[in-house]
Design a protein around this ligand. Structure first.
Ligand code: 9UX
Length: 71
């Protein structure tokens, strides 16, 4: 079953940023969906077991934003 993980994402200022981050996350293997909340500066990711949060943080970093895993 898919699990869910929350990230804090810094540096997003517009709707295009949201799309960039969502697309970057959805490209990571094992990610089934990603929803970014611009106001809250969070990303909610639905993912398969075994996906490392570090891979998500790296993908967001590569897209130009800074992320960290939320508890
Ligand atoms: Mo919006 Mo984000 O113009 O880097 S895409 S600010």
């Amino acid at each position: 079953p898919a699990g869910e993980l929350q990230l804090a994402v810094a540096g997003m200022t517009c709707a295009s940023c949201v799309n960039r981050v969502e697309r970057a996350l959805r490209k990571v293997p094992g990610v089934e969906d990603a929803q970014v909340n611009l106001a809250l500066e969070t990303a909610t990711v639905r993912l398969l077991p075994g996906v490392d949060a570090a891979a998500l943080v790296a993908a967001i970093g590569k897209a130009g934003y800074e992320a960290r895993e939320l508890a």
